[in-house]
Design a binder for this molecule. Structure first.
Ligand code: HEM
Length: 396
């Protein structure tokens, strides 16, 4: 059976400005009806097993270049950088690039950052600790991830610069390059000059940071290292910010779970797994079929775009008992939040460490955590951010 001949429900009614519980309710309704739904730009794969199968399939590629074409970009520096990037590469060229970064992202390498992560969280928190209220996004969620990346790269102090580049580089996926291309190109040029300078410095005086590891490598040229470092900067900043902010929002909405975590900090790992399951900040990732692919007896024609949905896969009732319940004591099962297969998020362990450290630090310090006004959600397409999260707690 050909995919285009199936009579499928449509997900076009799911408005990206509809957020929070209403977003999940609309998607879960659809997922209870069908494993795949039709939309104007492609198809959404909703069920967990099918979603995993798509991400595992080497014939399915990330359509970054197609997204650029849709925005009118077909050559130039943005095209070149994207084409050379980790997400677009596959097979051996992809593994070769990924191998260069891998040593910096092993659990052991990340563990070394933990004491510093704790200090950074304390530094951000201390100015507001006694006030009893905070706008969490600006105060903690936004600054922390770029500080963590700055530690990883060994460029402490340059976190604001990394944060700015991250925002500018993410523009590639925002479907408005007609307006923002010049800004993205400038960000690439600045980042390139910066990384070249740092690589040269570390060749003279190596440290134990990621730039030093890359600088010591011989497999790639410096432009490839620029591409890799840009992937780390743009992949590791807005994502963790959004996940941290959604996490605190969920806890403010489930105060008994926050109190439980404060009492039992050993639940931190499970708490993070539950947050990333319940509110994956990349609710969809995209794939394009590079040839005809058969999935569940359905032929998916070459060039079909599939949106793989972590938001429904992570609440698939076939795997998760009582999936709508937010429960930090749940036995974790693998989730789709960090993707699956060859492009599985290289920073997943670091992101989890940041979230674990933040939750462990904050839970005992913010009794009676609650919303202190309306949280402002971003759109559910791309990175599902929180724009503002006013929180309050009891100061004892
Ligand atoms: C909660 C935070 C994060 C989430 C939810 C997340 C999510 C994801 C997802 C879903 C993918 C795969 C996309 C796909 O296959 O279509 C991915 C890939 C990637 N992520 Fe993350 N990410 C997070 C944090 C980080 C961090 C902290 C870093 C780096 C420091 C990072 C760097 C990357 C890179 C470089 C890739 C591309 C890997 C490849 O193509 O081989 N991410 N991430």
């Amino acid at each position: 059976m050909l995919l285009t001949e199936l009579d499928l429900p449509s997900y076009d009614h799911i408005d990206p400005t509809v957020t929070g519980a209403a977003f999940h309710a609309a998607l879960d309704d659809l997922a209870s009806e069908t494993w795949i739904a039709k939309g104007f730009m492609g198809y959404a794969v909703l069920e967990r097993e099918a979603a995993n199968a798509v991400l595992r399939d080497r014939r399915m590629a990330f359509p970054a270049l197609e997204l650029l074409e849709l925005q009118g970009v077909t050559s130039g520096p943005i095209w070149d950088r994207t084409a050379d990037g980790l997400m677009v590469q596959s097979g051996e060229p992809h593994s070769r690039l990924r191998r260069q970064l891998a040593p910096a992202f092993t659990p052991r390498a990340t563990e070394r950052l933990r004491p510093r992560l704790r200090e950074l969280i304390a530094e951000l928190w201390e100015p507001v600790a006694d006030t009893g209220h905070v706008e969490f996004v600006k105060t903690v969620a936004e600054p922390l991830p770029s500080m963590a990346i700055a530690e990883l790269l060994g460029v402490q102090g340059d976190a604001p610069l990394l944060a700015r580049w991250s925002v500018q580089l993410q523009e590639v996926f925002k479907m408005r390059l007609q307006e923002t291309a010049a800004e993205v190109e400038t960000a690439y040029e600045e980042a390139r000059a910066y990384v070249f300078e740092k690589l040269a410095e570390r060749r003279k005086e190596p440290g134990d940071d990621l730039i030093s590891v890359l600088a010591a490598g011989t497999e790639l040229d410096d432009d490839d290292y620029v591409t890799l470092i840009c992937s780390v900067i743009s992949g590791g900043t807005d994502t963790t910010e959004a996940q941290l902010a959604h996490g605190l929002r969920l806890f403010a909405q489930h105060p008994e779970q926050w109190a439980l975590l404060a009492e039992q900090p050993e639940l931190a790992e499970k708490a993070v797994e539950e947050v990333v399951r319940y509110e994956p900040i990349t609710p969809f990732t995209a794939r394009i079929a590079t040839e005809d692919v058969v999935l569940r007896d359905v032929v998916i024609p070459k060039d079909t775009v599939l949106f793989v949905c972590a938001a429904t896969a992570n609440r698939d009732p076939a795997t998760f008992k009582d999936p709508q319940r937010f429960d930090i004591t749940r036995e974790p099962e693998p989730v789709l939040t960090f993707g699956f297969g060859a492009h599985y998020c290289i920073g997943a362990y670091l992101a989890r460490a940041e979230l674990q450290e933040a939750f462990t630090y904050l839970a005992p310090r913010t009794p009676d955590l609650h919303l202190d006004g309306e949280p402002v959600f971003g759109q559910t397409t791309g990175i599902y951010a929180m724009q503002s999260l006013p929180l309050a707690w009891s100061v004892r």
